[in-house]
Design a protein around this ligand. Sequence first.
Ligand SMILES: [Zn+2]
Length: 472
Amino acid sequence: MKQLALIALSLLHIAFAQSRKYTLLITNANIVDVAAGKIIPHQLLAISNDTVKAVDDTKFAAKYKAEKQYDAHGQYVMPGLWDMHIHLRGGDSTIEANKALLPLFLAYGVTTVRECGGDITPSVLKWRRQTASGELAGPRIFTAGPKLDGPHAVWAGSIPVVTPADVTAALDSLQKIQVDFVKIYDSKISGDAYLEIVRQAKQRGMKVTGHMPYTVELKDAANLGMDGSEHLYYIFKACSSKEDSLTQLIREREHSDRPIGLFGALPALYNSFDSAKAARLFQFLAAKHFSITPTLYISKTLAGIKTTDHTRDSLQKYIDPKIIATYAGRVRSARRQSDEGTKFTEKYEALVMSLVPKMYKAGVNIVAGSDCGSSNSYVYPGESIHGEIKLLVSAGLTPAQALQTSVINGSKFFGVQSQFGSLKPGKCSDLIVLGQNPLENIAAIDRLNAVLSHGKLYSRTDLDALLASIRH
Ligand SMILES: [Zn+2]
């Protein structure tokens, strides 16, 4: 009797499993295995809300019941893109304009962003919650909240820190609002305060990245546990055979009437670039699980401002005029640059770009970030991360490696790689559907047919409707 009951129970269990309904079934997919750099053809993905529940051969599709089906025949399915360096900022008058950028990310297949500091933090925190709950169409948001800097910082909203007590208070305030990481900026911060932030943040288990004052040596920050470096200037400084003496000189002149700024130091660093030291640095950073965000696209865009006519950029119609207005500052400073300065920038950019594949080979965690957002002229949300990924390929990464920097390495920075980076059972189902194989031609990331974000499927028609909704 007892045995019969058990059999009945297990039969019931099987029946329940078979009648279980998934929210979405994607069939006939060529899954892009970004880590391995290969295509797994003819797959099905059974998804419930924002989680992949099963991956199987499409020939078993009859076993899977779902509320919705998507036939991905002839298409390529991969995890959604991450943009690891964006900004939502510009003051309270730009809150709505910034909010309208969120669907623009989705329309370009960006399902996660790392917001690297700004001045509209309460709104960003609200959007982080609303996009997660599905109330608002937009990517997953990791945010730094306000940047940390010295007194009278360049960027509005930054928290000024000087003393260790300031650092404690600043980190308390960031933890209170549950930021996802700490972003340090280098407009006014002292070297001591900088290293103190890293020390205290690591004691609290917070992730830290950012710029770095040239009075600090990168290895000192990395030895304290700093998690990453934004842009390549700070990495480049540590590749100089004269790093020690130049740093010393910069410290000595810091409070004099002839201070040496970052750009003032670059030519000397360029002339003392040491490839053997660079190789050792990359090994050291790899061992520290250090992340580097090269932001090649914004460098190229800003370097080309003088000679590029942006008035007809097709993306401008999706950017609020209030944000376009903030582009003027960088345009003015670019126009002021001398021809000699422009020539040096080109030389410098070529050299730092050539370092990217070397860092990758050494095992440094390269992450793709666009630096899009207000004030960063003509670097449009969505399109710019496509541009960054393509430039990483131009720099010498394979398409698979360049895609890894976006869809895998971003999650490594936050230590959440067990939930992201591949379409495996139990992982997040944020994904994009492409019309062509991105491993053969990276430009395929522009051929976006659908996006699944927070469990909601956006067809090409839906994505176009999203774009239409924010058009000016
Ligand atoms: Zn930035």
